[in-house]
Design a protein around this ligand. Structure first.
Ligand SMILES: *[C@@H]1O[C@H](CO)[C@@H](O)[C@H](O)[C@H]1NC(C)=O
Ligand SMILES: *[C@@H]1O[C@H](CO)[C@@H](O)[C@H](O)[C@H]1NC(C)=O
Ligand SMILES: *[C@@H]1O[C@H](CO)[C@@H](O)[C@H](O)[C@H]1NC(C)=O
Ligand SMILES: *[C@@H]1O[C@H](CO)[C@@H](O)[C@H](O)[C@H]1NC(C)=O
Ligand SMILES: *[C@@H]1O[C@H](CO)[C@@H](O)[C@H](O)[C@H]1NC(C)=O
Ligand SMILES: *[C@@H]1O[C@H](CO)[C@@H](O)[C@H](O)[C@H]1NC(C)=O
Ligand SMILES: *[C@@H]1O[C@H](CO)[C@@H](O)[C@H](O)[C@H]1NC(C)=O
Ligand SMILES: *[C@@H]1O[C@H](CO)[C@@H](O)[C@H](O)[C@H]1NC(C)=O
Length: 663
């Protein structure tokens, strides 16, 4: 209806009388859950109505998708797939060639009520949307492609969070930049840059992960870079619960908001309480993500959160000033190649005699702790941009680089110096669990001096495991595994003879041999299983049907079926690699139950991409009322069940039965 705004009300009146002869009639899609899918609705004579599904096909759907700027048609469901509409049935026997620019340009047989059509036969469409993701490992990740002038083109999204590319592809490239700030509710609202002259290759394609978290902000702080954490979930702002909020999560948020890094996470109530809902979602960031939406999220079994227990953060708030530093290309903000901010831009730092004295100053200035290593990046990691400093001489105790002797790139004696420099600071140390099919179980790996390595099992026990579990926000330790129970790692064996009391904040704070000193091989790599390790299974031997069980706090338990949704059933089947759908089996047999049930009121919604994100009542060993209330599912897909999730904790179930006292 683009031109109508220019017409006087009088002309508009005339136009309405002569509809549907001139101009494209407005079209919208209803009840599909998103803008680009749903029941087709057409506005004629100023009234919204529907389209009869008889004879409705993909050519017709293609026209609707094009008219709405929704990409290409993926489906043309005929008979009331998106529910019955209301109002007139404006068009029956629609027959588009597929090239029309509007549905009202297609031939049809007029209004439908005079024929046999009813609203139960309303036509629908599913369009691809304006944006699609290709080449990722799930429907919600991949490289961005944009539909533009009848073709998919790869997009360069400037600030779509955490751009990282997935390999080259063929096809056209979108020749504009999407300049998203991050607060837009849809990529459609991101400003686009001018068409670019330079050739844009697919190597620059942007990788995104969809998120239902549409905004982040800090409330009630004295600056924009501190406050109570507020998160917008699909348009509703609420306060984030502090129960699982940690410094790694806070670093990610500060970085995303352009506020530097997290200096501290004050306890509940520091910045008052919010008025909206309290989100109980837990983010599990490792600190390197560009955006909280990239971190794994769990909500299943979360305990109620009192409103005063709001997550908060005080960020460093540094916008770069002269001689500000950053480390790039490492695993965190505390390791990588050194860059310095000069004349409004970041430049490389080159030096020939770069050692621990200089690295110490860099680490100190960045508040990253002691220096662990000073290094010269290998060729592939060298910088390409402008040079900020050429030659740096520090005594080692300086508070920052501006107190060292430095020479600018153009100064004579330094002109020949070409080597980039890097630093690894203590703040880059990390621990992770590998090959255990989850965040909270697996082989212990430590990042130290810029390299991942493992831990040897001499003297490894539950107190040591407890430190690792706590450090990862994974609860308590259930098992301290030795002998490469989670497979052999590679690279360095960083620690041996670890002897924690259990109270240490980090594994490297425990007494142990010096870093890298050991008499071990990788066959002695240690692992842990923490109480927050979760897994899912269907009990029958095919792995795709039977009683639904979740593994939590060291035991398998069932799930009571109150408020079970079809989304929950589908997510279980997907999670287990058993297809996309399933049925909940009901039994009418009454029998008392003996086993534990962990969960009830699991209510997955259509936005949840994993079972662990679904809201439910808190984790609690309980029992369902009787057999009729336990959840049994039969998945209708026939894919292979995913071996990890089904097989790994099975041993625990058996151990439990043999040894009811525990592990
Ligand atoms: C997004 O943020 C920019 C500034 O960063 C602001 O100008 C704009 O109005 C914001 N848009 C919305 C939808 O909040
Ligand atoms: C895209 O990548 C190519 C080579 O990988 C590079 O030459 C070009 O400058 C990049 N363009 C942008 C806009 O980053
Ligand atoms: C903001 O925080 C202060 C304490 O720092 C508190 O007194 C005040 O009530 C808070 N305001 C709101 C709106 O929460
Ligand atoms: C910095 O330069 C001054 C003057 O040339 C010299 O005295 C001092 O030793 C230098 N400091 C370092 C750390 O090289
Ligand atoms: C460096 O430290 C000095 C002395 O502490 C301080 O005056 C100066 O502002 C600092 N500069 C930077 C860039 O941090
Ligand atoms: C571990 O530390 C305790 C003290 O916390 C000490 O008694 C014990 O001997 C140590 N074990 C080893 C193997 O070093
Ligand atoms: C987990 O198990 C431990 C002991 O095995 C127990 O103390 C704790 O309360 C349990 N937690 C839950 C949520 O059941
Ligand atoms: C999961 O779905 C529920 C119910 O629709 C919703 O409230 C919640 O925000 C979703 N969480 C995530 C992380 O998608």
């Amino acid at each position: 209806m683009g031109t109508e705004g220019l017409l006087s009300p009088w002309v508009l009146c005339l136009l309405l009388w002569v509809q549907p002869c001139r101009g494209a009639a407005e079209v919208r899609l209803a009840n599909g859950g998103r803008r680009c899918a749903g029941r087709v609705e057409v506005k004629l004579q100023d009234q919204w109505g529907t389209v009869c599904g008889a004879n409705w096909d993909m050519s017709d759907a293609a026209v609707v998708c094009r008219q709405l700027g929704c990409g290409v048609a993926l489906g043309a469901p005929q008979y009331g797939h998106f529910g019955p509409g209301s109002g007139p049935i404006w068009m029956v026997y629609v027959s588009c060639s597929g090239t029309e620019s509007a549905l009202s340009d297609c031939s049809h047989a007029g209004r439908g009520e005079s024929y046999y059509c009813s609203h139960n036969l309303d036509a629908g469409v599913t369009c691809s949307g304006f944006v699609r993701l290709v080449g990722g490992d799930s429907p919600c990740s991949g490289s961005v492609e944009l539909y533009d002038r009848d073709q998919w083109k790869s997009g360069t999204a400037l600030s779509v969070h955490g751009a990282a590319h997935l390999g080259e592809r063929s096809g056209a490239a979108w020749d504009r930049e999407l300049q998203c700030v991050g607060n837009e509710s849809s990529i459609l609202f991101c400003p686009t840059g001018a068409a670019r002259d330079e050739t844009c290759t697919h190597g620059n394609g942007t990788h995104v992960t969809c998120t239902q978290y549409t905004g982040f902000r800090l409330a009630n702080g004295s600056t924009a870079c501190e406050g109570r954490v507020e998160v917008e979930v699909l348009g509703t702002w609420g306060t984030l619960c502090a129960s699982r909020w940690d410094l790694s999560d806070a670093h990610v948020l500060c970085g995303h908001l352009g506020c530097g890094f997290a200096e501290s996470i004050p306890g509940g109530g520091h910045f008052g309480r919010g008025t909206g809902p309290i989100w109980r979602d837990s983010f599990h960031c490792d600190g390197t993500e560009a955006h909280l939406g990239q971190c794994p999220v769990t909500a299943l079994g979360a305990s109620p959160c009192p409103p005063e227990n709001a997550a908060a953060v005080i960020c460093s708030g540094l916008s770069p000033g002269p001689l500000s530093l950053r480390l790039v290309g490492g695993e965190s903000r505390c390791d990588g190649r050194v860059e310095v901010f000069q004349h409004g831009m970041w430049g490389r730092v080159l030096d020939e005699q770069w050692d621990m004295q200089e690295a110490s100053v860099v680490c100190r200035q960045l508040q990253c702790g002691e220096a662990e290593a000073a290094y010269t990046p290998v060729k592939a990691e060298r910088g390409l941009g402008p040079v900020g400093l050429r030659g740096v001489w520090c005594a080692g105790h300086e508070a920052n680089l501006s107190l060292c002797n430095t020479s600018l790139p153009e100064s004579k004696p330094a002109a020949g110096i070409m080597e980039d420099v890097g630093a690894v600071c203590q703040g880059s140390r990390r621990v992770r669990l590998a090959d255990g099919a989850g965040r909270c179980a697996g082989r212990v790996e430590i990042y130290y001096q810029g390299c991942w390595g493992t831990v040897c099992d001499d003297a490894w026990d539950l107190a040591d495991a407890a430190v690792v579990c706590r450090q990862l926000g994974c609860g308590g330790a259930l098992e301290a595994a030795g002998s490469a129970r989670f497979g052999e790692g590679s690279g360095q064996i960083w620690l041996d003879g670890v002897n924690c009391s259990g109270a240490e904040a980090a594994l490297w704070d425990c007494p142990a041999e010096a870093w890298g000193q050991h008499d071990c091989g990788h066959k002695e790599d240690v692992g842990v299983v923490c109480s927050e390790f979760m897994a899912l299974r269907l009990e029958n031997s095919d792995g795709c049907s039977g009683r639904l069980q979740v593994f939590y706090n060291g035991t398998w338990g069932s799930v009571c079926s109150n408020s079970m949704t079809t989304e929950t059933v589908s997510l279980v089947c997907k999670e287990l690699g058993c297809g996309n759908e399933g049925n909940q089996e009901t039994t009418s047999i009454y029998a008392k139950l003996s086993g534990t049930a962990w969960l009830d009121h699991v209510e997955c919604g259509k936005h949840n991409s994993s079972f662990w994100q679904c809201p439910s009542s808190p984790w609690h060993p309980q029992s369902c009322d009787d057999l009729r209330e336990e959840t049994h599912i039969t998945c209708t897909g026939n894919s292979e069940p995913s071996r990890h999730q089904v097989l790994f904790p099975t041993g625990y179930g058996e151990m439990q039965r043999r040894n009811p006292e525990g592990l």
